[in-house]
Ligand binder design. Structure first.
Ligand SMILES: Cc1cc2nc3c(=O)[nH]c(=O)nc-3n(C[C@H](O)[C@H](O)[C@H](O)COP(=O)(O)OP(=O)(O)OC[C@H]3O[C@@H](n4cnc5c(N)ncnc54)[C@H](O)[C@@H]3O)c2cc1C
Length: 441
């Protein structure tokens, strides 16, 4: 009998696992269960709205969804509409692919003030994720500080630094485009505890900071090392770091005159406290120096005036009932993706929030190989039981045709030059799935 697998989560890791299963196990049944009415996880809700070419990987996922072995059940949350225990009863294997959506806190005084937000929330807001659509960050300020030295910090800084003209061709929802374009922001600070050689920026993204039409990238040349002597890493890492150093040196030499916004790279600075009464007015930082690759405080502090602090210092997964969870590491403990008999993890819930979209692919391959060699003779009811339960509980699930109706409606509603106008609440998305497209913003 056919092997039946449920995949919880439709981000890259869920789709890669599904494709690997469908390829390896002819005639299997793979059901993708996604809590939002939309597929693709962070490709829709994380990848920057001005990086549309990165989002094109969804075309491959669409081909996976069109396979006869595969069904998509959107708007079905495990833990809300169906329990993991029920899924394990219905399917031979359950693959958990729920990502790492929870912001890590800065852990400093003042963090609770209005105007301190995590990057997952902020990025979710500008990407029209229904959970964060109402975040309404107050951008009515001249300066914003982003804590973190990875690509997420660069994404946020770049979007805040772009002009209305540059933003028009993105799929930023109108509310976010207006808030950014109308904001009086002049200065965006990107703060990192360590130095330029330790930053996790990739070079293409870093170079983009020097190509903005009305924003200059500012670097203090004295913070740039002359060479990478003593810096550890693979040859590939060192080549990337070398490129990043050259790019940052180029920023030092560039003339910022005539640009009305500035993105400042502030290295060797560790957040100490957020300033403000009820709302953020600044961030106190301690100067650091590197000792054995770690940032050590020097006791010297300084403050940046700013009205918003975005913490882009990483995220963690959240526990799902019935799935073991390591609170400290923020992931599900696993051995090459195996969590327990018939239970697997892939992607960021398995490894933590690192790597690019393609990094999730081998995770899916590994669990598919294991399932192929360990589960052969299925007596489970699979999708029949799932559909029966959803019907009994009156859950309005969204299939892939419904999603394609949403997709068409979003594309049709796009402002001139933009790829789509996202529907940003579950109600709007369901209305679009039902063909009631006048629910668009
Ligand atoms: C801001 C940001 C920008 C990025 N930009 C890039 C980029 O430009 N290029 C690049 O290569 N990589 C980028 N990445 C990395 C890439 O997005 C990740 O590697 C990838 O999305 C991780 O895949 P995942 O499937 O593990 O998690 P996710 O993509 O987070 O997918 C998890 C899915 O599970 C669903 N889910 C959660 N809980 C439940 C539940 N209880 N029941 C059902 N479904 C559930 C979620 O709704 C979501 O759809 C970026 C990441 C971030 C955070």
């Amino acid at each position: 009998m056919t092997v039946k697998v449920a995949v919880v989560g439709s981000g890259p890791s869920g789709f890669y696992a599904t494709e690997a299963l469908a390829k390896r196990i002819p005639g299997c049944e793979v059901d993708i269960i996604e809590r939002l009415p939309t597929p693709y996880g962070l490709i829709r809700g994380g990848v920057a709205p001005d990086h549309q070419s990165t989002k094109r990987v969804t075309r491959a996922f669409d081909r996976t969804a069109a396979r006869p072995e595969v069904r998509f059940y959107g708007n079905v949350a495990v833990g809300r509409d169906i329990s993991l225990a029920e899924l394990r009863e219905f399917y031979d294997a359950v693959i958990v692919a729920i990502g790492a959506p929870i912001d890590r806190p800065l852990g400093i005084p003042g963090e609770g003030l209005s105007g301190v937000v995590g990057s997952a929330a902020f990025v979710g807001w500008y990407n029209g994720h229904p959970d964060f659509r109402d975040l309404a960050p107050d951008l009515n300020c001249q300066a914003i500080t982003i804590v973190g030295n990875g690509n997420v910090a660069l994404d946020i800084a770049r979007l805040l630094a772009k002009t209305r003209g540059e933003l028009a061709s993105t799929d930023l929802p109108d509310y976010a485009l207006e808030a950014i374009a109308e904001s009086p922001i002049r200065d965006v600070y990107i703060v990192g505890r360590r130095g330029p050689a330790e930053a996790k920026f990739t070079n293409v993204e870093l170079r983009e900071m020097g190509q903005l039409s009305d924003c200059a990238a500012i670097v203090n040349g004295s913070q740039l090392p002359d060479s990478l002597a003593g810096v550890e890493g693979s040859d590939r890492d060192l080549r990337l770091k070398q490129k990043n150093l050259a790019t940052l040196k180029g920023f030092v030499d560039a003339d910022p005159a005539g640009k009305s916004k500035r993105v400042h790279f502030c290295f060797y600075a560790k957040p100490q406290a957020v300033l403000g009464q009820s709302k953020v007015s600044g961030l106190v930082l301690e100067r650091t120096r590197l000792v054995d690759g770690r940032a050590e405080g020097t006791g010297q502090s300084f403050a940046l005036d700013c009205g918003l602090v975005v913490a882009a210092i990483g995220t963690r997964s959240e526990p799902l009932e019935g799935v073991p969870f390591d609170e400290k590491r923020g992931i599900t403990p696993n051995e090459e993706g195996r969590v327990a008999d018939g239970l697997y993890a892939v992607g960021w819930i398995k490894r933590g929030p690192t790597g690019v979209i393609g990094t999730n692919k081998p995770d899916g391959e590994a669990v598919a190989v294991h399932i192929q060699s360990h589960i052969a003779d299925s007596k489970k009811a699979g999708r029949r039981a799932l559909e029966g339960l959803l019907k009994q509980r009156n859950v309005r699930s969204v299939d892939f045709n419904d999603w394609q109706a949403i997709d068409r409606a979003e594309i049709a509603a796009a402002r001139a030059g933009a790829p789509r106008a996202k529907f940003v609440t579950v109600d709007e998305l369901l209305a679009a799935a039902d063909g009631l497209t006048d629910a668009a913003e």
